[in-house]
Design a protein around this ligand. Structure first.
Ligand code: FDA
Length: 584
């Protein structure tokens, strides 16, 4: 007999596990989330929070999104990505990053109702975890996952209660392994992975010191210190990362992965901080120090029967591009509504088979991108003459040569400019953040081809209502004149049907399907004198359908199906699509 019974058991209270628990609890699903430790993240870890993740928080409720902004460093404080010899020393280059270039800012503003920001994991995790608990998720800290077995009806999981030392047996319909980069759940499922763990070694030094005089005039999240001999994560430089502006910092400093991880004591931490800040008298208040490894590994399949993996359990990569926690939370947004639909009987278990085909390609993409971004520092080193050895004099001479009024000096300056500009693939990579499109049984294209890219899809978001893509955001207006994002019309655990004037038969079809299935389907007719109006015409331009066509939008804002115009039998068409997606 199990000690505890629940619908969904989640291992891990990190961004993936806490977000999924919050979503499931919001959808009214019985969920238990466990963590082997007594605490949530107690070091800042992930911090760059992209627009798509903020849309997930917005979907959880305006108060959740507002709390995140309240604790975050604003986008305006993120953008002057600096390359320097030390914070006090010579600045070598700079680029506007994280949507702070005016052109990029325009794209950000047009793409989403939500803003990118810097929210350390020490703030994000408690917001998500508290949301889960306040909405009825059960939680157990000091509870360590040990093993599981699954059968036709459910999963039986054994955990160790670390307070009593006793085993706890939990029976659930589904098990989610959100247990991080060393996932035991993934290992026990024997899920397939590609790539390697431990391709580089890094240490984190977290400290307090007021560095305003070096940074407040060029506000940034990241200050890249290029010094001979510095070596972080195999990329040959030290990183000074803002945790709280401008008195809490995290230095990332590399170590040789082929040697044992170093012990970072206060003396060593102070020495590294003084060197990177460039102030031999600097006093720091050391908060903590730890080591971590650079990984390059992703799961090619994220499900085994009733067991799923998500977050770092499925994608393990360096912090480049700031994709770790973001992708983890977005995994949860994909899986939670599907689990809820199956638990509530609205969908057959086959719906869950769409999770891995939708998220495993994203896992591969972001792991590849993050590791590629490390390599793309190379041209900066080359341009500065720092690409071979640690001969200080040679490097100083090479750095000085870029100031020469010679052809070689001009070429070197040009090479450095280009190399820094190319880093937009790490620091302003909006397309990777926003262009996620799914191909699976949970999006019905009816043979419509995916639109051809109209720009570099890594750098730029391309809105489309092609089934599988995220619904484009534009502002539409309620009768009181207030603006609402098209995303706000959707989500919150429900399918939504969007149509316009002349599409009323779609609304009738949706209502009939909802009644038949006992499953709510929200509807909106967008047009003049309707509850929602498109005063600017932005929706007409973005929707890619006629007024009497329709879009069926999934609870995770992705388009499930679209019809360009009213069809001969809207009721039959909608029934066909819902049956195909939900498997019943
Ligand atoms: P995460 O690792 O956050 O959470 C896993 C959860 O599972 C934890 O609650 C853990 O206690 C629990 N767990 C594990 N095994 C368990 C078991 N057997 N039983 C019960 N519970 C178990 N990213 C970034 O973008 N920038 C950065 O600077 C950093 N820095 C960084 C430093 C350190 C030290 C770490 C560990 C990680 C980072 N990261 C990072 C990565 C980033 O933190 C990561 O991508 C996200 O936290 C992933 O979220 P998850 O929820 O998937 O896993």
């Amino acid at each position: 007999m199990p000690d505890i019974t629940t619908d969904v058991l989640i291992i891990g209270t990190g961004p993936a596990g806490s977000a999924t628990a919050a979503l499931l609890a919001s959808y009214g699903v019985d969920v238990l989330v466990v963590n082997r430790y007594r605490w949530l993240a107690h070091t800042p870890r992930a911090h760059i929070t992209n627009q798509r993740t903020m849309e997930v928080l917005r979907d959880l409720g305006p108060e959740v999104e507002a709390e995140a902004y309240m604790h975050a460093a604003d986008q305006d404080l993120m953008g002057e990505n600096v390359f320097c010899e030390s914070l006090a020393g010579e600045e070598l280059g700079r680029m506007k990053s994280w949507g702070n270039h005016p052109l990029s800012r325009a794209e950000h503003l047009m793409s989403s109702p939500s803003r990118m920001n810097d929210l350390p994991q020490t703030f994000m995790e408690p917001i998500l975890f508290k949301t889960a608990c306040s909405r009825g998720a059960q939680s157990r800290m000091s509870t360590e996952y040990l093993s599981h077995v699954q059968d036709a009806d459910g999963v039986t999981t054994t955990c160790r209660d670390r307070l009593t030392g006793k085993d706890v047996v939990i029976r659930s319909k589904f098990l989610v392994g959100a247990d991080g980069g060393n996932s035991l759940v993934a290992e026990h499922c024997g899920l397939p992975f590609e790539g390697k763990m431990g391709v580089g070694g890094s240490m984190n030094i977290l400290f307090r010191a007021d560095l305003s005089r070096y940074v407040a005039h060029r506000p940034s999240v990241l200050y890249w210190v290029m010094q001979p001999g510095a070596d972080v994560g195999g990329i040959g430089m030290g990183l000074v990362r803002m945790v709280r502006p401008w008195n809490e910092w995290l230095i990332v400093w590399g170590y040789d992965i082929n040697q044992p991880a170093p012990v970072v004591d206060a003396a060593m931490a102070t020495q590294v901080a003084r060197q990177l800040v460039g102030d031999p008298e600097l006093e720091i208040e050391l908060i903590s120090a730890n080591t971590w490894t650079v990984n390059n590994q992703y799961a090619t399949h994220m499900q085994q029967g009733r067991v799923f993996i998500m977050g770092d359990a499925a994608h393990r990569h360096p912090p480049s591009n700031g994709l770790g926690s973001n992708t983890s939370i977005q995994d949860g947004f994909n899986l939670a509504w599907k689990l809820a639909a199956v638990v509530k009987g609205h969908a057959a278990p086959a719906l869950l088979d769409s999770y891995s085909p939708e998220r495993a390609p994203i896992a591969k993409q972001i792991v590849t991108r993050a590791n590629q971004s490390i390599g793309e520092f190379g041209p900066i080193f080359e341009a500065l003459g720092m690409d071979g050895g640690v001969d200080h004099q040679k490097i100083q001479a090479s750095m000085a040569a870029r100031c020469d009024a010679t052809e070689a000096g001009a070429a070197q300056r040009e090479a450095l400019r280009k190399a820094i500009e190319f880093k937009k693939y790490e620091f302003d990579c909006h397309g990777v953040e926003m262009n996620q499109r799914y191909t699976s049984t949970a999006a019905v294209t009816d043979g419509q081809p995916q639109p051809a890219p109209n720009a570099d899809m890594e750098l730029h978001y391309q809105p489309t209502t092609w089934p599988g893509a995220r619904l484009p955001h534009v502002w539409v207006f309620s009768a009181d004149g207030k603006q609402h994002s098209t995303l706000d019309l959707c989500g919150r655990g429900q399918f939504t049907l969007l149509t316009g004037i002349g599409g009323e038969a779609w609304v009738a079809a949706a209502k009939a399907e909802a009644a038949k299935r006992g499953m709510p389907i929200r509807t909106h007719v967008i047009g003049p004198r309707q509850a929602i109006a498109d005063h600017t015409g932005d929706w007409a331009r973005a929707s890619e359908i006629a007024d009497n066509g329709c879009l069926l939008v999934r609870p995770d804002h992705h388009v499930a199906w679209r019809s360009a115009t009213l069809t001969l039998d809207p009721a039959a068409d909608l029934a066909r699509v819902l049956t195909s997606i939900l498997g019943k």
